[in-house]
Design a protein around this ligand. Structure first.
Ligand SMILES: [Mn+2]
Length: 280
């Protein structure tokens, strides 16, 4: 039997980009969808993102580091004097004010890794490493040894995401590694590539003979529409979101800039109030 699987990852709250990718995948005649994590934040998307995944009957969803950041804030596992923690907490507050409880529970129950058997191929799906969904271990330019960590078990193919870079390479033993890139948050360090910030995904086709095709795609979406969506929903840190979508640049670790925004909008006090409510 022929399987045509769309590999989706790193939506980061961008429902406009996700919708464009789904439309493209339907035209491609995709038969299955796997999602590799980082669905929400910092963009404005909330329930509609989960509804889209339900509509397309996603058959795999593994937990990204942003889903874990979401859960860390729910567990109040944050430092009030750390600007990045306040940034993430304010985004989680936005989610909690919008997100249905069943979707919050969905996030709580996500696995770090899934194994799929397609025809005779064993395929591992994880956000980053199978037991670690954060960190820079699998950055595209890292050494072979880092990538070989994906094959502690005898998988034929390992699929990961997290680095927001489309990639195809092999393990030392010639097993296949695929990264479908990012739907909602593309960026490139090399200037000339940076100008193309279309939504990314990949299609993996497996037939009776084996791996028939791996195809990396880029899909246009309406950035203005997504930014208008963010404005209408009063997304916190919207200027950072705008800059990210327009230029690919992120500032979530620039403490001084974050602190200025936090002070300007009084976000720290909002977080303190939010934690007192404790309604999840
Ligand atoms: Mn990630």
């Amino acid at each position: 039997m022929k399987h045509k699987i769309a590999l989706l990852a790193d939506v980061h709250g961008n429902s406009t980009a996700l919708k464009s990718v789904i439309e493209d995948s339907i035209q491609e005649g995709v038969t299955d969808y796997w999602f590799l994590g980082d669905l929400i934040m910092p963009g404005p998307g909330t329930n509609e993102l989960f509804e889209i995944l339900n509509d397309i009957k996603v058959s795999a969803y593994v937990k990204g580091n942003w889903e874990d950041s979401f859960l860390d804030v729910l567990n109040k596992n944050i430092d009030f004097n750390n600007a990045t923690d306040i940034y993430v907490s304010r985004l989680v507050q936005y989610q909690c004010e919008n997100l249905n409880e069943n979707y919050i529970n969905h996030i709580k129950n996500l696995p770090l890794q899934l194994t799929k058997q397609v025809n005779n191929l064993s395929i591992s799906i994880s956000h980053n490493l199978q037991n670690k969904n954060y960190g820079g271990d699998l950055w595209p330019t890292n050494n072979q040894k880092s990538f070989d960590q994906l094959f502690e078990y005898d998988y034929d193919i390992a699929i990961y995401a997290h680095t927001h870079h489309q990639l195809l390479r092999y393990s030392s033993n010639d097993q296949l590694i695929i990264n479908p890139g990012t739907i909602g948050q593309p960026f490139f360090i090399w200037n000339k590539l940076q100008s193309d910030l279309r939504a990314q995904y990949a299609i993996l086709e497996i037939d009776e003979a084996g791996i028939a095709e791996v195809r990396f795609k880029k899909v246009f979406y309406d950035v203005e529409k997504e930014l208008n969506n963010a404005v209408s929903k009063n997304l916190p840190f919207i200027d950072l979101y705008r800059e990210m979508l327009e230029t690919g640049k992120t500032h979530s670790h620039e403490i001084e800039l974050l602190q200025q925004i936090i002070d300007k909008f009084g976000y720290k006090n909002e977080i303190i109030k939010f934690f007192k409510k404790n309604y999840w």
